[in-house]
Design a protein around this ligand. Structure first.
Ligand code: NAD
Length: 475
């Protein structure tokens, strides 16, 4: 038998892997953290991709009625385990609030569209019948974030399976336990409803290397990535179809016609929801000078604390880090409760406080940096035109989300036209843009950079034309 260089490399990898697994087993802490194989979880990306491909070959032959049952069953199991998944997400990632994770998981479970979204278009006439149907793409690679781990896996899985695809996930390494637990439960639900095994797969130990392997794998047809700028850039350089959901920096504009008490309540609610880790959450406010004081005092009545002078400086020292003249959020405080951040800065506050506010200049690092913390800079402006102009700059062309509080239709229309975002919330908290206590479906993958915008089952299909030519034509 001839053994070439690739065979040797494979053998060495296998031995190293076995060695790694036995080391994990002999270390009780590591064993506790290790993720067992099975129910869609594999040791390598090659195995995960092969299993997802086999599952797709089976799925594409099943009737739509089975696909519907699979989706129903996925929703049912997600509802059953919602509390456990929310708790695990917070424990593992140390980001956000359990009650808000529950709300997000339920949103993804109940309001992600299923098979019913894929309605074919029929053209019938003297020359026959043409159908344009939504057909699957095949095996997707999905890279998921730490900020909405279970909710994104549920949302992406319902959309991808409804569209007839299977998927290889690469969850965020710091959210692997909860993401993979979610994936395993969903696979069990799929099988219980008569679907194939391994429709959703992942490696047991996802990391940046496996993320790149998923992106470049020849058995994976297309990618959906949800995360920050670097992962979007990496996916877009691969050369296959990519649906990329990148960072946001949603501005809020408040003009002099807004109902200030309502605006204040909504802004505190949206900006403090899950401690601001949502890409759609309010990240900076531009308020017309005439109503700025009223807005701040209403926000303070509704769970915000305003910091000024020395206290604000202390806070900034904690939450911002500088590298090569650029500002970044201090990761230790991403997604933490306002109280934890205040305590670290030596500031005593009521445990009821959910959001920290402070007046800043228009180009302050807090305004221009996606912080993902319950800290909201407030910028005073002379009029609504200036507010809209600055909001467009702060949004940075992400085409993501913006919020406006106003009773003036002309102002609302101007903002919508100028800012060109995917989600524009008027007179409500940002979470309303995800379908929370509002109309419309939910997505946790908002694809601004590649242009799909709100993703759902339809986004993960290709249009297929089936033409039946009139059989009675005379030749
Ligand atoms: P992150 O970018 O750190 O990680 C996301 C995923 O990408 C992870 O699985 C990670 O392992 C992988 N990854 C990161 N860099 C990579 C690289 N260079 N090559 C290959 N893979 C890489 O994101 P996070 O901190 O978990 O999530 C927060 C970010 O995601 C924020 O910027 C937020 O705005 C954004 N986000 C956007 C949406 C949206 O719908 N647009 C939704 C959720 C989060």
């Amino acid at each position: 038998m001839q053994v070439n260089e690739t065979d040797i490399k494979k053998m060495v990898e296998q031995v190293l892997q076995q060695l790694g697994q036995s080391q994990v087993a002999s270390n009780p802490v590591a064993a506790q953290e290790s993720i067992s194989l099975g129910d869609g979880v594999f040791a390598t990306v090659d195995e995960a991709a092969a299993a997802a491909r086999l599952a797709w070959e089976k799925l594409r032959k099943l009737p739509l009625s089975t696909r519907r049952q699979m989706i129903d069953s996925m929703r049912e199991i997600s509802r059953k385990y919602v509390n456990e998944l929310a708790q695990l997400a917070v424990e593992e990632t140390k980001l956000g609030r359990v009650e808000d994770k529950i709300a997000k998981i339920l949103l993804a479970t109940n309001k992600t569209p299923g098979v019913e979204e894929l309605v074919s278009t029929a053209y019938s006439g003297d020359d026959g019948l043409t159908l344009v149907e939504y057909a699957p793409i095949g095996v997707f690679g999905s890279i998921t974030p730490s900020t909405n781990p279970a909710a994104t896996v549920i949302n992406n899985s319902i959309s991808l399976i409804a569209a007839g695809n299977t998927v290889v996930y690469n969850p965020h390494p710091s959210a692997k336990q909860v993401s993979i637990k979610t994936l395993k439960l969903l696979n069990q639900a799929i099988v219980a409803a008569g679907g194939p095994e391994n429709c959703l797969t992942s490696v047991a130990a996802p990391n940046l290397e496996t993320s790149a392997q998923v992106m470049n794998h020849p058995n994976i047809n297309a990618l959906v990535v949800t995360g920050g700028g670097p992962v979007v850039k990496a996916a877009m350089s691969v050369g296959k179809k990519v649906i990329a959901a990148g960072p946001g920096n949603p501005p809020v504009v408040v003009d002099e016609t807004a109902i200030i008490s309502q605006a204040a309540t909504d802004i505190v609610k949206g900006a403090s929801f899950d401690n601001n880790v949502l890409c759609t959450a309010e990240k900076e406010v531009f308020v017309v000078d005439k109503v700025a004081n009223a807005l701040k005092s209403e926000m303070v009545k509704n769970g915000a604390i305003e910091l000024k002078g020395f206290q604000f400086e202390k806070l900034l020292e904690k939450v911002l880090v500088t590298k090569n003249d650029k500002f970044y959020p201090n990761r230790d405080f991403i997604g933490k409760d306002a109280n934890v951040i205040l305590q670290a800065a030596g500031i005593q506050a009521s445990p009821e406080v959910r959001l920290i506010i402070a007046e800043t200049s228009k180009d302050h690092p807090l305004v221009m940096t996606e912080m993902l913390m319950p800290i909201l800079p407030i910028v005073r402006v002379p009029d609504v035109d200036k507010a809209i102009e600055l909001a467009v700059i702060a949004e940075k062309g992400n085409r993501h989300t913006a919020i406006m509080h106003s009773q003036n239709i002309t102002n609302l229309t101007k903002m919508a036209q100028e800012i060109q975002v995917t989600i524009f919330v008027k007179n409500g908290p940002s979470v309303a843009g995800l379908g929370f206590e509002s109309e419309g479906f939910t997505t946790l993958t908002i694809a601004g950079p590649t242009g799909e915008g709100l993703t759902s089952a339809k986004t993960f299909t290709r249009q297929r034309r089936c033409v039946l030519v009139d059989g009675l034509r005379i030749i």
